[in-house]
Ligand binder design. Structure first.
Ligand code: FNR
Length: 180
């Protein structure tokens, strides 16, 4: 059985550092681990309780299915104005509903990424962890990679690449505690 990791990507520009990091993890995942970068997050409308329910938009249903089928959820994201980009926040909102039964409930979750500042997006990652906790995910708090990509391409930095792959390994290795 493979461990499936759904990546929620917080940037959609062509040259995104975080997209490249996510794709690197996908292309270099360890044996037995399948990393899927969830497509179509920009197609999902802003969360609105009036459009949720049996008639929820197909884009939101697809997002929920992608995460429901995954064993782990990994946000790979930059920071916008001291928090996570709205597209990621919106995805977490859809994944949090129906209340208590959202696709993210009970899934081991981590938030990592890079920004070209000395802080590496730490608030974004902290806020994503906080929001995912409230949404019912099992946040693996000790997985922290806030990569300051101030010296250029983090994928050119072997130590940074090891940190990203290490985060993936730790998320996969995390055991969900089952109540006796
Ligand atoms: C940013 N950026 C940024 N960086 C950061 O570390 N903290 C921040 O609060 C912000 N705020 C912010 C707001 C907005 C609207 C933009 C467009 C950018 C810079 C950001 O980290 C940088 O552009 C990254 O390269 C974006 O990530 P991708 O697209 O390379 O993955």
């Amino acid at each position: 059985h493979h461990t499936r990791v759904a990546v929620l990507l917080g940037s959609f520009r062509e040259g995104s550092l975080n997209r490249r990091i996510a794709e690197h993890l996908r292309d270099n995942a360890p044996e037995g681990v399948v990393v899927d970068v969830v497509p179509g997050l920009t197609e999902v409308p802003f969360y609105n309780e009036e459009i949720d329910g049996p008639e929820a938009p197909a884009s939101a249903v697809a997002l929920r299915e992608a995460v429901a089928q995954a064993d782990r959820v990994l946000a790979v994201t930059p920071e916008y104005n001291g928090t996570m980009p709205a597209v990621l926040n919106n995805a977490i909102d859809w994944l949090s509903r129906p209340y208590g039964q959202g696709a993210i409930v009970g899934k081991p979750f981590a938030a990592i990424g890079a920004t070209p500042t000395p802080y590496g997006g730490k608030w974004s990652h902290e806020h994503a962890r906080h929001s995912a906790t409230i949404a019912g995910a099992v946040v693996v708090e000790d997985i922290v990679v806030d990569e300051p990509a101030v010296d250029g391409d983090p994928l050119e930095d072997e130590a940074a690449v090891r940190r990203f792959l290490g985060a993936l390994d730790a998320l996969v290795a995390h055991q969900v505690e089952v109540a006796a």
